[in-house]
Write a protein that binds this ligand. Structure first.
Ligand code: 82B
Length: 344
């Protein structure tokens, strides 16, 4: 195994849990807290022209903090690699969860879908669009809580970001008609279409548009016609029709989803801010201040800069432990490792 000296004393690598185009994801332990993390490793040479995508993903991840978005802990850049330290989701892919249960009931689908809507509403409120929503990009944590991952294609359309053409590898099974037509598009509507595909997959256990031949797949997507199995309720059918609407202008928006009767189903409407995770916690600050031999307000003054260095990772992981009711402890040796690497 390649020795990643940049992480020596800070993280201990375990096994590889994912291999993608130009990245690898490994399970690791954050040594100061003993918490598990997922480290996305990208070699700069392999990235080549995709380097801007990494910068885009990092810029997005640094401004996101939500219960249903995989949390960024630390970024380490060396001459040859990027190491992106992210939240570890031990429940695997939502996709596998659906497949093993064949399909989910309407109430279980609603529980998952409400979490996706909350995360996407939060994203859209910040002016971002994910643009690559698919079951493989929705993971589960140890409490069956959903986490969105892979923000490499996300865009800030109103950020003047010229929306990239559909460059994502992998099959466009979740691609909206305007994408398939290669039209310039704004992200939000594309996300709603993909969420419609996701909800259909939750309720049916298979995809609304699928074909091994790419041209007939495109034709099916552009037609907007798909099967409505008999076990689907009328309410589910109506909602999915509003999301799998081929004309993006007529497609339901995420804002309308937040109060949609199928979603609320006489429970409270979803607030897109329901998931904020980054906050000031005196116990975690005090423990870190003690280890660094500084005053707590000094410690918080440093932490609230959110530099995404080892201290950010330590603080966020301590917050997670506290939320799970676990004791707060720190292995000071790992905190003493000289920070001799450039942090971006
Ligand atoms: C699949 N699985 C099973 C268990 Br148990 C845990 C996992 C798992 O992947 N957990 C996990 N926690 N945190 C992460 C992961 C995976 N993961 C990922 O970012 N995984 C993606 C998966 N993408 C889906 C479509 C293409 C690739 C990935 C991206 C690049 C290279 C490899 C993998 C993060 C870091 C955010």
């Amino acid at each position: 195994m390649v020795r990643y000296s940049a992480l020596k004393g800070l993280y201990e690598f375990e096994k590889t849990i994912g291999c993608g185009g130009f990245a690898k994801v490994k399970l690791a332990t954050h040594l100061a807290t003993g918490e598990k993390v997922a480290i996305k490793i990208m070699s700069k040479s392999a990235l080549g022209k995709d380097l801007p995508r990494v910068k885009l993903e990092l810029r997005a991840l640094k401004s996101l903090s939500h219960r249903h978005i995989c949390q960024l802990y630390q970024v380490i850049e060396t001459e040859t690699h990027f190491f992106i330290i992210l939240e570890y989701c031990s429940g695997g892919e939502l996709f596998d969860h659906i497949v093993e249960k064949n399909r989910l009931s309407e109430s279980e689908s609603r529980i998952f879908f409400r979490q996706i809507v909350s995360a996407v509403a939060y994203l859209h409120n910040l002016g971002y669009a994910h643009r690559d929503l698919k079951p493989e990009n929705v993971l589960l944590d140890h409490e069956q809580c959903l986490k969105l991952i892979d923000f490499g294609l996300c865009a800030k359309p109103d950020g003047g970001m010229k929306s990239l053409l559909f460059t994502s590898c992998g099959s466009p099974t979740y691609a909206a008609p305007e994408l398939v037509l290669g039209k310039q598009y704004l992200g939000p509507e594309v996300d709603v279409w993909a969420m419609g595909v996701l909800l259909y997959a939750l309720l049916c256990g298979y995809l609304p548009f699928d074909d091994h031949n790419i041209d007939s797949l495109y034709k099916k997507i552009l037609s907007g016609r798909y099967e409505e199995p008999s076990f689907m309720t009328d309410a589910s059918k109506r909602l999915i029709r509003q999301m799998l609407q081929t004309d993006p202008k007529k497609r339901i928006t995420v804002a309308e989803l937040l109060t949609h009767p199928w979603i609320t189903n006489n429970s409270n409407p979803i607030s897109p801010y329901s998931g904020l995770v980054k906050k000031q916690d005196d116990d975690c600050i005090a423990l870190m201040a003690q280890c660094h031999r500084v005053m707590p307000d000094e410690m918080w003054k440093y932490l609230r800069k959110w530099k995404y260095d080892y201290n950010t990772a330590t603080y966020l992981l301590l917050l997670g432990r506290k939320r799970r009711g676990l004791p707060l402890k720190l292995n000071t040796a790992a905190l003493k490792v000289p920070i001799n690497i450039k942090h971006i």
